[in-house]
Design a binder for this molecule. Structure first.
Ligand code: RB5
Length: 149
């Protein structure tokens, strides 16, 4: 199951990605927003998707704002979330293989639909490589724990 969300700047791309995934037979839950007409705040949608993924009900999340920057910063504040802002397929593959990213962030005003869908496909098909990379992720968890105290 994939949780998806965007602000108004990412709305159009979020809709296209959701339709693409649904056509592939995947289950997608849309956490909004539901229009590009009204200006909304990206932290609200980054938080909603991040909490959905961190809660364990959704394996992955996809978040979109204008640049992908603000919504990924917001999502990464939720413990256990590793949101990766990707602008090409190499970053998408590496963010899964090395960083075990559980949320993909995209910029709706940065990349076009064709590249975005290739990034989504690459990201969903890549697998975490574990081993030395797990040691580094454990250190990231250690940073979270230090500041959660
Ligand atoms: C909204 O105008 C824009 O600031 C937002 O979509 C995003 O790019 C923020 O990082």
């Amino acid at each position: 199951m994939i949780a998806i969300g965007s602000d108004h700047g990412g709305y159009e791309l979020k809709e296209r990605i959701a339709n693409y995934l649904i056509k592939k037979g995947m289950t997608v839950e849309d956490f909004g927003c539901f229009s590009s007409e009204t200006s909304v705040d990206y932290p609200d949608y980054g938080l909603a998707v991040a909490e959905a993924v961190a809660g364990g009900k959704y394996e992955f999340g996809i978040i979109v704002c204008g640049t992908g920057i603000g919504i990924s910063i917001a999502a990464n504040k939720v413990p256990g979330i590793r949101a990766a802002l990707c602008t090409d397929c190499y970053m998408a593959r590496m963010s899964r293989e090395h960083n075990n990213a559980n949320i993909l962030a995209l910029g709706g005003r940065v990349i076009g639909e064709g590249l975005a869908l290739e990034i989504v496909e690459t990201w969903l098909n890549a697998k975490f490589a574990g081993e030395r990379h797990q040691i580094r992720l454990d250190k990231i968890t250690g940073i979270e724990e230090k500041y959660l105290k």
